[in-house]
Design a protein around this ligand. Structure first.
Ligand code: PLP
Length: 411
């Protein structure tokens, strides 16, 4: 059975796999859910929670029927990704003064970010088509994830990395998994354009967020949240936005769940961007109809440092469909929220902390009511952007002579 695609802009269907429609719009996978039954799916997904060493033990492939039913099981490359914690933290709840907030820790994925949810699907798909060379342009987490799955599938990976504003840990992780890393002078957007133009000649399977299979895998984040909350949705889902692929996947996943009758209410979505890289927030808040790219984006949250988000049209549809709102937060607000999340024992990288910082702001502005409930999606691991952490934490290291008195004074 072949995958079917449709263009998000001109809505023309397409049988074969590609990254873009001939009109330039992004493609998305089309599913036929007509033969699926909500009650049966709930039981199936519940049973698979006790699976161990088969692909359905993955928090992505558990939902294979909704993600990629056509793929033979033997073609799945998985590290049992997903299955991440959904935490209710008193510390954060009280600090925000909201009735109920959960944090969905996608940071607990095998390579340390939510990119694994999509990458397991993309790399499995590419290899099943016969590709052995995988590529992406990345500010870090996408490449770490790609390199990990390519290695697991005994394939090669090649990563373009902009020299500016990268996190060294993420590049080291990518190289350790065996990827060839090619630095270049330019932005993330320049790299994406290069591969869209030349990827085919180079025999490369492209794993940037324009890849529609990644979106299918990333839908599992909202499926896991729904299942974790016993199919009762919160009032709000709060999510950080860079390339806006995660927001696109969230919207598509919510549509699936409602269409299937697995949930009866669509939560509203709050998308948070970093002030120095917030073209989407600017477009929405000014009521403009086209995105105006930011040529030199700048934020401490390396995963959000994107000036020209490729998925902005998909993201705008999600805003409409969920009565979504946007806001932007400063690097200072991000670091303050990160300190709180780290201190709560959950931990995350700066990009993820934008969610809690944004929720705080939206509560203060009364755009979200304190009697409502929210889930914040934490996208990446505490040990990802350690250059940022080092600066902040090293000044707080204590010193003592090993005597009772000297150590005791720090208690
Ligand atoms: C990729 C990434 C984001 C941004 O997600 P988009 O899909 O690009 O909007 C946020 N946080 C982390 C940790 C990421 O790796």
């Amino acid at each position: 059975m072949q995958l079917k695609f449709i263009c998000c802009d001109c809505h023309v269907g397409q049988a074969g796999f590609d990254y873009r429609c001939s009109c330039g719009g992004l493609l998305e996978v089309v599913h036929d859910f007509k033969h699926l039954d909500a009650d049966h799916l709930k039981i199936l997904f519940h049973h698979r929670l006790s699976d161990r060493m088969n692909p359905y033990a993955s928090g992505v492939w558990r939902y294979k029927e909704l993600i990629y039913p056509e793929l033979p099981e033997s073609d799945i490359i998985t590290k049992y990704e997903g299955n991440t914690g959904l935490y209710a933290s008193n510390l954060i709840q009280q600090s925000l003064g909201i009735r109920k907030v959960w944090l969905k820790a996608q940071s607990e994925n095998p390579s340390g970010s939510f990119k694994d949810n999509g990458m397991t699907v993309a790399v499995s798909h590419g290899r099943s088509l016969g590709y052995r060379r995988f590529t992406c342009t990345s500010t870090g987490n996408t490449s770490s994830s790609l390199a990990m799955y390519a290695a697991l599938g005994e394939c090669n990976s090649y990563v373009l990395v902009p020299n500016e504003q990268i996190s060294i840990n993420k590049v080291l992780q990518t190289m350790a998994y065996g990827a060839k890393v090619i630095g270049f002078d330019g932005t993330y957007d320049d790299g994406i354009r290069f591969y869209e133009k030349h990827g085919r000649e180079l025999g490369m399977y492209i794993c940037n967020s324009v890849n529609p299979l990644r979106i299918e895998g990333q839908k599992s984040i909202i499926y896991e949240i729904a299942q974790g909350l016993n199919w009762e949705m919160p009032d709000w889902i709060v999510i950080p936005g860079g390339a806006l692929s995660n927001l696109s996947a969230l919207g598509k996943g919510l549509n699936d769940l409602r269409q299937l009758g697995l949930i009866n209410k669509i939560p509203r979505v709050a998308l948070i961007q970093a002030e120095g890289a917030s073209p989407f927030h600017r477009m929405i808040s000014r009521g403009e109809s086209e995105i105006v790219p930011i040529p030199r984006p700048s934020t401490i949250a390396s995963a959000l440092n994107i000036g020209n988000p490729p998925s902005w049209r998909k993201a705008r549809q999600v805003m409409k469909q969920t009565e979504g709102i946007t806001c932007s937060v400063s690097d200072e607000e991000i670091m303050e929220a990160k300190t709180l999340i780290d201190r709560s024992g959950i931990g995350c990288e700066p990009a993820s902390a934008a969610t809690v910082a944004g929720l705080r702001k939206l509560l203060a502005e009364k755009r979200i009511d304190k009697n409502e409930t929210a889930v914040c999606i934490l996208t990446g691991n505490l040990l990802k952007d350690t250059d940022v952490l080092r600066e902040y934490q090293m000044s707080r290291l204590l010193y003592a002579d090993l005597t009772l008195e000297s150590v005791g004074k720090w208690l």
